[in-house]
Ligand binder design. Structure first.
Ligand SMILES: *Cc1c(COP(=O)(O)O)cnc(C)c1O
Length: 467
């Protein structure tokens, strides 16, 4: 222990460290604030290491310590939010940022971000305008709604609609629809936060029209229908259709709100997805207001879209929460560009990455794997085996839980490390590579691999396997 105590006295002083040639040179490119903090942290860690009897004694040579500081500065200087390569095959990975944007959206963001815009300025009238006008007509054209508005995300859209249409009153929801979506979005809690009293009706698997009808009283301000996005009740089930709900609600002069979750603008059954009502079909039932996400199957930026009857939308817009949840200009630019592509569904399918990846047939993925396989083998060298296997991809993001997209993947079996070690190492690459493990193999699913990222993936594999 006395060794260790003596060593403590030889820990370099911060100013001496900062005066080393290595760190004074680093001042040219890195902020002083970061270097000083890194030096302090490094010395603190070394002190801990000396005090920890189990730890080996550190090297306190001044240049060696300066080297540790420089490494720390490099890590601190890296952007925190950064690009990753997704080879999981999950199209809408909420943890990986959901939908990648189409190039029109990127151009639109760039054009609006670089300078000023007519965000809330009516160029014809030369006076103040409203930001939602940039997408309202488009949304109505694509869905058949009378009016529309947009907010920060769909959770916000649901909260806002609840507060505006039923705040201080009650809303009826089927017990089969009291869902939780990842990230603490729970219908009962959202309703409470919106100041709406929840009246549950029916049973988990079955709710009948008469359950709703019996629950309506003078406090009822709304009927809420929720898409059970991330789970399905199978078997002996029954839910009430939009038409029936709308008819019942309108007899009592109250509106129906439907949270559609993903919100399809085009039918995706030709690409192997389960049948889902589109937003247009949902509105056709007579439902007054529907809400859906911008960054799920729509394939745009994070946003919450509200569309439906004009008087209902007017109420929503006037609520104070609408201002608190307003959409920002960059998102709006991306959303408008994405929605424009939907005017020609063929264009949407060809240019919106989510739709493009979704509609890739297994034969095309097989071909991509065959092209990729020799390149991956070259990167890995003799350090692993790889083969093409049949693999199913999922949509993710809480959308279409039962949808399985048949495809192909390259399965990599490392020879000199465990699969767990492999995924850890791939995560520490720059950019990080995120994949999935199945049967002790690392799967590379080309479906979610952007063409431009192939080189980066190969570089990461080379680094992990041969260095
Ligand atoms: C995803 C989802 C939400 C939340 O939407 P965000 O855009 O993530 O805020 C709400 N309701 C349903 C049914 C969903 O599927």
């Amino acid at each position: 222990m006395s060794d260790r105590r003596a060593l403590l006295r030889t820990l370099p002083a911060i100013d001496r460290l900062l005066g080393t040639s290595q760190l004074t040179e680093l001042e040219q490119t890195q902020p002083h604030l970061l270097i000083r903090e890194a030096a302090q942290k490094t010395v603190d860690e070394l002190r801990q290491q000396i005090l920890d009897k189990q730890a080996p004694l550190p090297d306190l040579d001044l240049d060696a310590v300066a080297g540790l500081v420089a490494t720390k500065v490099a890590a601190m200087a890296k952007p925190s939010l950064r690009k990753v390569i997704n080879v999981t095959g999950t199209l809408l990975h909420t943890n990986l940022g959901r939908a990648p944007l189409c190039s029109d959206a990127l151009l639109a963001i760039n054009a609006v971000a670089q300078g000023y815009s007519n965000l809330e300025y009516d160029l014809d009238a030369g006076q103040r305008g409203k930001r939602f006008t940039h997408v309202e007509e488009l949304i109505c054209r694509l869905t058949g709604g009378e009016a529309a508005t947009v907010v920060n995300n769909n959770a916000g859209a649901v909260m806002l609609a609840l507060a505006a249409l039923a705040g201080g009153h009650s809303a009826i929801v089927s017990r089969g629809e009291l869902i939780e979506i990842g990230g603490s979005f729970r219908i009962p809690e959202i309703m409470a936060a919106s100041g709406v009293k929840l009246v549950e009706v029916g049973a988990t698997n079955k709710t009948h029209l008469k359950d709703y009808a019996n629950a309506i009283d003078k406090e009822t301000a709304l009927i809420l229908k929720v898409h059970t996005s991330n789970y399905r009740i199978l078997g002996f089930t029954e839910a009430v259709s939009g038409e029936e709900l709308a008819e019942l609600a309108h007899q009592h002069d109250i509106p129906v709100l439907e949270d559609l979750g993903s919100g399809l603008l085009i039918d995706l059954t030709p690409y192997g997805l389960p049948r889902e009502p589109t937003v247009r079909e949902a509105l056709k039932t007579g439902i007054d207001l529907v809400t859906f996400s911008g960054d799920k199957l729509l394939g745009g930026p994070q946003a919450g879209i509200l569309v439906g009857k004009r008087d209902v939308i007017d109420k929503v817009r006037k609520h104070p929460m609408a201002r608190a949840l307003r959409i920002d200009k960059l998102t709006l630019a991306a959303l408008e560009a994405t929605l424009r592509l939907y005017l020609d569904p063929q264009k949407a399918l060809a240019q919106i990455p989510t739709l493009k990846m979704l509609s890739l047939p297994a034969s095309e993925l097989q071909q991509q794997c065959e092209t990729l396989l020799p390149k991956i083998m070259e990167s890995i060298g003799h350090a692993g085996d790889c083969t093409i296997i049949a693999a199913t991809a999922t949509v993710g993001g809480g959308a279409l839980p039962l949808a399985k997209l048949p495809g192909r993947a390259i399965a990599v079996t490392p020879k000199n490390m465990s699969v767990n070690e492999l995924i850890t190492r791939l995560r520490s690459c720059d950019p990080a590579v995120i994949g999935r493990v199945q049967d002790d193999q690392f799967l590379i699913d080309p479906r979610t691999l952007n063409n431009d990222d192939e080189k980066l993936l190969l570089l990461a594999l080379t680094q992990v396997f041969t260095q």
